[in-house]
Design a binder for this molecule. Structure first.
Ligand code: SAH
Length: 237
């Protein structure tokens, strides 16, 4: 797994040190250990984890580094981190970032805490709770340069969950598959209510084509957003 990961990451311009490759090995081992108890990823076969999770997350990170959206000391929130994708991969590859992981499911958050510990990631808080609630916490609201979220919600819903956390001038970034342009069209109202401007770029990943969707937060999010837990998904803006 490690030789292939090293090769794949180089193809995205990311050079992983032996210590970083060792961290990915630990990550894979922990995923396999916990997968019986907690529903973390569909398939823990090493090649699947490498391609679908490690390399996809590295490709996203590389695209963000190239565009200076991810900087060496960016304050990054992974919203709905699940098993840690893409946030934990970004932290392994670019250890200077200041990463916070947010996850609603307690069992997944417990995995994330064990993972942060096993990998020795510095200052990486794991928040257990819903974005709708934590987005109103004054220590979190408006404080992140970058909010990343993969496979969490359709764009109109995700905007309401994520933009409260970004600072003005900060961004939400999410990889999307073949439905990217439909989701962007459906998000027009949410973008105008919440004050976001959307950009896209192609994302080079193994498997089906993906688009990087980046939304710049242009002004403060109105105080009433996010609405109460569940409301953004039930009645999207
Ligand atoms: N980002 C990971 C996990 C995707 S699954 C990956 O790409 O592999 C989506 C995750 O988001 C789940 O773990 C779910 O518990 C979490 N989630 C969904 N809605 C949420 C919300 N409103 N607040 C916090 N976490 C949420």
């Amino acid at each position: 797994m490690l030789a292939a990961l090293s090769r794949d990451s180089k193809s995205h311009g990311v050079r992983l040190t032996p210590a970083q490759l060792e961290q990915f090995d630990t990550y894979l081992r922990l995923l396999m250990e916990w997968s019986g108890r907690v529903n973390l990823v569909g398939d823990t076969a090493p090649d699947v984890v490498r391609q679908r999770h490690f390399v996809e997350s590295l490709a996203l990170g590389a695209a963000l580094r190239e565009r200076e959206i991810l900087r060496p000391d960016s304050r990054v929130l992974d919203l709905g981190a699940g098993a840690g994708f893409p946030g934990v991969v970004l932290k392994i590859a670019w250890p200077g970032i200041r990463l916070t992981l947010l996850e609603a499911t307690a069992k997944k958050a417990a995995f994330l805490s064990a993972l942060v510990e096993a990998l020795g990631l510095d200052k990486t808080p794991v928040l257990t709770g819903r974005a709708e609630t934590l987005g109103h916490d004054s220590t979190l609201r408006g404080t992140f340069d970058l909010v990343v979220a993969r496979a969490v919600a359709p764009l109109p819903v995700l905007l309401e969950l994520a933009l409260p956390f970004a600072r003005v001038g900060g961004r939400l970034v999410t990889p999307k598959g073949s439905r990217a342009s439909e989701e962007i069209a459906a998000a027009a109202h949410a973008l105008s209510v919440l004050g976001g401007k959307v950009f896209t770029a192609p994302l080079r990943v193994p498997g089906p084509a993906q688009t990087l969707v980046a939304v710049v937060k242009e002004r403060e999010t109105p105080a009433e957003y996010s609405r109460r837990p569940g409301a953004p998904a039930k009645a999207p803006l």
